[in-house]
Design a protein around this ligand. Structure first.
Ligand code: PLP
Length: 407
């Protein structure tokens, strides 16, 4: 194991765990991942040092909590290269952020308008738009996939037209690790003045993002998939667009003046953060992205490519195994889904769990993609910055043993 990865691993206390006498081989990072020491310490520091509500009190703890919360916002802005921290809105996660957009952007959607999503979306970036279309009498257009589950953008011009108002796509598939050509999608969306919403839930843990270079109008992600606590996420919007976005929830912390006759809202992004936000979690997220910005990404990417290369070479030795999605090389994430003839993913996951290999088996909240691939479920191994060759060894040995047992 390289020194870089050893140093990274040493920062995750949970990796000391063993199950059934085996060291933990955690390969379910696309579902959620762990927090390094520095994030745990930061949350502990808040809880024991300056726990207070934000943007309300004037006492010392309230001021310190507010400073830490706003500093987390600035860290997130740097990590995703937002133009300004005021473009960052904290939510409870990706799902909450997409729903917020589907309601607020959705206010201007009219019957006959079109919203374009893709067949590789997580349900969180599919169902809110489908429901919006239903509410407004709009049409949901779908970017199809080929027989491997890879997005087929060849007919994009026939899917986008002057009625298209929103294009909502993922930066990376949580099932196959595919990274769609967002440049092409941004260009096509902007040609007809549609807004591009990008789901960054899977991409954000794999290195700093540049929302401006991506051409996104809105960008969403969750903390728990990028080494931060659960219960926090981000909705980023381009300054001018965010300031035009109607309020979604109403309550404390987002108003300037309330009278029985009516309410005037704040003009800042706090207008979109009604109620007490996830303070400890957001502060943890700020620390997580600071930590991510310190990682040696060139080394980590080389290491990930090596692990994927091993899977590309060694998975085919399992008879009846089919890897879904794009080739296990090039511009993609280390998220690998496969189908093994006559072996149900739940059985595979259960058997590998006996060896402390944590995988995910199921539809991965991507049933449109499962249907297109004509499978009910897949087995998925998803890698984080702390995974090693030992995890790949345990996965491969476990798969061989499971397949022998099940057939
Ligand atoms: N989008 C993608 C691509 C995901 O992988 C997930 C979670 O797996 C989500 C959205 C939903 O994230 P959350 O459950 O944190 O809201």
């Amino acid at each position: 194991m390289s020194k870089t990865i050893t140093r990274v691993r040493d920062q995750f206390p949970i990796l000391q765990r063993s199950i059934n006498g085996h060291p933990l081989h955690y390969l379910d990072n696309a579902a959620t991942t762990f927090c390094p020491d520095t994030v745990l310490d930061k949350v502990y520091e808040f809880e024991t040092g300056y726990r207070a509500n934000v943007a309300r009190g004037v006492h010392r703890l309230a001021a310190e909590a507010t400073d830490a919360y706003e500093s987390a916002r600035a860290s997130v802005a740097r990590y995703i290269n937002a133009f300004d921290p005021s473009e960052v809105v904290f939510t409870s996660g990706t799902t909450a952020a997409v729903n917020q957009l589907a309601y607020s952007l959705g206010e201007s959607i009219a019957a006959g308008d079109e919203i374009l999503v893709s067949m590789i979306e997580h349900h969180s970036n599919f169902v809110p738009w489908q429901m919006l279309c239903k509410r407004k009498g709009a049409k949901l257009q779908l970017i199809p996939v080929d027989e491997n589950g890879v997005l087929d953008l060849s007919n994009l011009s026939s899917l986008i037209n002057e009625r298209t108002r929103i294009v909502a796509v993922t930066q990376a598939s949580n099932v196959t690790g595919e990274m769609p050509d967002l440049g092409l999608l941004a260009q096509a969306a902007h040609q007809v003045e549609a807004k591009l919403v990008v789901d960054g839930a899977q991409a954000v843990p794999h290195g700093p993002v540049d929302v401006q270079a991506l051409g996104a109008d809105f960008y969403v992600f969750s903390g728990h998939k990028c080494y931060a606590p659960t219960g926090v996420g981000v909705l980023w919007g381009k300054g001018a667009l965010l300031s035009e976005l109607p309020e979604f929830m109403y309550g404390g912390g987002m108003v300037e003046r309330v009278t029985p006759a009516g309410t005037r809202f704040l003009e800042t992004n706090q207008r979109l953060e009604a109620g007490t936000p996830p303070i400890a979690q957001a502060i943890g997220l700020g620390e997580a992205v600071e930590w991510l910005m310190m990682l040696p990404w060139v080394d980590i990417k080389t290491h990930e490519a090596k692990l994927l290369g091993r899977l590309a070479n060694e998975l085919p030795s399992i008879a009846g195994l089919r890897v879904l999605g794009p080739a296990l090389e090039g511009a993609r994430l280390p998220i690998v889904s496969f189908d093994i003839e006559d072996c149900h993913p739940h059985d595979i996951c259960h058997l590998l769990d006996q060896r402390a290999v944590a995988l995910r088996g199921g539809h991965h909240c991507a049933q449109p993609l499962m249907d297109a691939l004509d499978v009910m479920a897949t087995t998925r191994a998803s890698f984080a910055v702390f995974n090693t060759d030992a995890d790949v060894d345990a996965l491969l040995e476990g798969l061989h043993e499971a397949v022998d047992f099940l057939r």
